[in-house]
Write a protein that binds this ligand. Structure first.
Ligand SMILES: Nc1ncnc2c1ncn2[C@@H]1O[C@H](COP(=O)(O)OP(=O)(O)OP(=O)(O)O)[C@@H](O)[C@H]1O
Length: 614
């Protein structure tokens, strides 16, 4: 059975058609393992190509390289004529991807997941709502469009992922083990949708599987073992190479039966716990002759045409594990989508800005949906202000309580912004672990765009959260002056951006979110303690004040404190004395320029590191 009605697509001849996928000398070496060891591929537009191999053969690694998600150790890849090394964004624009593991955002609804994908791929805005409805209908999820994905079953997620992979009408659809882990019914359903897509959309399919039934449906197959292609061709071609049937026998004395086959027929026999098997050019004629001569009881005798498993055995010396589905049942196709056609923009600055806004919006949606998290991270600065503020003020009889609380307030704002700001860094790691990062990295935009969107999202959330504190600041005597509030908000936004970027930079050095949490606890406490947020730098020993001057947060705290002091009638000089370098008080504008410079530098390093992510 083929995925497509009609004849198989032929591979492109040299100079005729640009191959949909071309790879030459492709290699990927991980420490201690050659995951892919010199692969050459040429796949014609419209062809369905199956990559068949056991676990660990290198299928996922190959797909990751073809989709620009992993950097090849050697070799060259072209996707629809675009070199993935020199023009990865153009290559990604032509690709739809169904990953092996789920890469949906569980905290978004089905429609929101699709909407974000449309933004990432720059699907023309006016067409987005209809396209979402159409793909949801194609996979039978119209009724679940507004449900959070975390409430979906495994099959529903898979269908939604197929819908998402097709949303921007890709030229080439990569499917990495599309039915792994699904029950037979859902597998059949997924194949029903894929068959439908192949029949109605001019898509090139590249499919990895270790299920023989799925590979059988492709126009061409490559058999992969230990990182190398050991055979390539249509299923019929591959099987015809064997030119023999397989005969399986289970008897009362398998050893005697095997001896007879060897001596009388001169054929090689494989004996196993469940009987013996051998290859014979014409099994249906050989078997009756053999049975007539055998004088041991025969419990089971079977002749089978060669299967892909036999082809695999022939080329590799071992069998492929196949706990795959029965042949997917034929079923009436779901409603037809609109005629095929490219549905992405041509890229450029507008598309990059749209993707950046998408990442930003996702951060905002997560913030809006996590009220508990927001309430918890607000509790720390409030405790800081009302417990520390009142408690420590008692130790300073010459300073009034409210004056000390006002002194503390800039540090409190920084602390309030700190939690959500650094959470943006952690969320990159959670996105990597949860899979959504791969959906973003596979998108046809620059990785710096995604990172900047993430930083802006984190900074906005952090600013909003810290700004809530301004609404209660009247309780400690902060003047409600529009000019002061506007200045503090602007200063907060820059501080939040700086902290978000530093958090994101840290995240580019770490792979596990848990490690990130530990690293933050270790790093953040000294940064906050050594920022002059709780006591003036003038109260610190010289060496400690020197360390504080190397801390970017010190300048943010000092600048905001000076802004507040400018609006107080009589700020105590002992507390509100500006920081100094030697005898020089750097102006506030200088402090902000310094923070902005550090932020830009950290952003440049983070972007560089993130862009190299494998
Ligand atoms: N990030 C990595 N670091 C180190 N080794 C890796 C990494 N990714 C894959 N490998 C190794 O590369 C080899 C090929 O792995 P790959 O996931 O490509 O195989 P596969 O054919 O897709 O297997 P499966 O069917 O189980 O998905 C394996 O030995 C695997 O352990």
């Amino acid at each position: 059975m083929s995925l497509r009605p009609g004849p198989s697509a032929a591979p492109a001849g040299p100079g005729l058609v640009t191959p949909a996928i071309r790879a030459t000398g492709l290699r990927k070496r991980y420490p201690g393992v050659d995951a892919v060891d010199g692969i050459d591929l040429s796949i014609a537009p419209g062809e369905s190509f199956g990559f068949l191999g056991p676990n660990g053969a290198g299928k996922t690694t190959t797909i990751a390289m073809l989709c620009t998600l992993a950097v090849p150790t050697a070799g060259r890849i072209e996707i629809a004529g675009h070199d993935t090394r020199t023009d990865p964004v153009a290559a990604r624009r032509r690709i739809g991807l169904l990953f092996q593991e789920t890469t949906l955002d569980n905290e978004l609804t089905a429609a929101e997941n699709l909407r974000f994908h449309a933004d990432l791929y720059d699907v023309p805005q006016p067409r987005v709502p209809a396209r979402i409805e159409e793909t949801l209908r194609l996979v039978g999820l119209t009724g679940s469009r507004d449900r959070l994905v975390r409430t979906f079953s495994g099959g529903m997620r898979r269908r939604l992922e197929i819908a998402r992979a097709l949303l921007h009408r890709p030229q080439i659809l990569f499917l990495d083990e599309p039915t792994i882990g699904l029950d037979p019914h859902t597998r059949a359903e997924v194949w029903r949708y894929l068959r439908h897509v192949c029949e109605h959309e001019a898509v090139t399919l590249f499919l990895t599987t270790h299920y023989l039934e799925e590979a059988e449906q492709c126009d061409r197959i490559a058999i992969l073992d230990e990182g190398r292609i050991v055979a390539q061709g249509s299923p019929a071609e591959l099987k015809s190479v064997l030119g023999a049937d397989r005969v399986d026998l289970r008897t009362g004395d398998d050893a005697a039966a095997a001896r007879l086959v060897r001596e009388r027929l001169g054929l090689a026999v494989t004996e196993g716990p469940r009987g013996l098997s051998f290859q014979a050019p014409d099994g249906t004629r050989v078997l009756p002759r053999l049975l007539a001569e055998l004088d041991v009881p025969v419990y089971e005798a079977k002749v089978t045409q060669p299967t892909l498993d036999d082809v695999f055995l022939h080329h590799t010396g071992h069998r492929i594990r196949d706990d795959g589905p029965a042949a997917p049942p034929e079923a009436p196709p779901p409603p037809s989508p609109a005629p095929a056609g490219p549905d992405t923009g041509t890229g450029g600055l507008r598309a990059e800005l749209r993707a950046m806004r998408m990442v930003w919006r996702r951060e905002m949606l997560h913030f809006a949906r996590d009220r508990t998290g927001a309430a918890i991270s607000m509790s720390q600065p409030l405790l800081f202000l009302f417990i520390l503020g009142v408690g420590l003020a008692g130790l300073m009889p010459d300073v009034s309580g409210p004056a000390y609380q006002l002194f503390l307030f800039s540090g409190v704002l920084v602390t309030a912004a700190q939690g959500p700001a650094v959470a943006a860094g952690a969320s990159i790691l959670w996105d990597r672990q949860g899979g959504f990062l791969r959906e973003m990295l596979a998108g046809p935009v620059n990785r710096s765009t995604l990172l900047i969107g993430k930083c802006l999202g984190g900074a906005t959330v952090a600013t909003c959260q810290a700004a809530l504190l301004l609404s209660v600041a009247g309780l400690i005597g902060l003047p409600y002056d529009a000019g002061l509030l506007a200045l503090l908000l602007a200063e907060l936004a820059l501080t939040a951006l700086a902290m978000t970027v530093l958090g994101v930079l840290l995240a580019t050095f770490i792979r596990r979110p848990q490690t990130f949490g530990t690293a933050l606890t270790v790093l953040m406490a000294p940064l906050v303690f050594l920022s002059g947020s709780m006591f003036p730098l003038s109260a610190m020993p010289t060496w400690m004040a020197g360390l504080a001057l190397a801390n970017p947060l010190t300048y943010a705290v000092d600048a905001m404190r000076r802004t507040i002091a400018a609006y107080l009638p009589d700020p105590p000089a002992r507390l509100f004395q500006p920081l100094q370098w030697g005898g020089w008080h750097p102006p506030v504008i200088f402090e902000w320029a310094l923070i902005a410079g550090i932020t830009l530098l950290a952003l440049a390093v983070a972007t560089r590191r993130f862009s190299r992510t494998d």
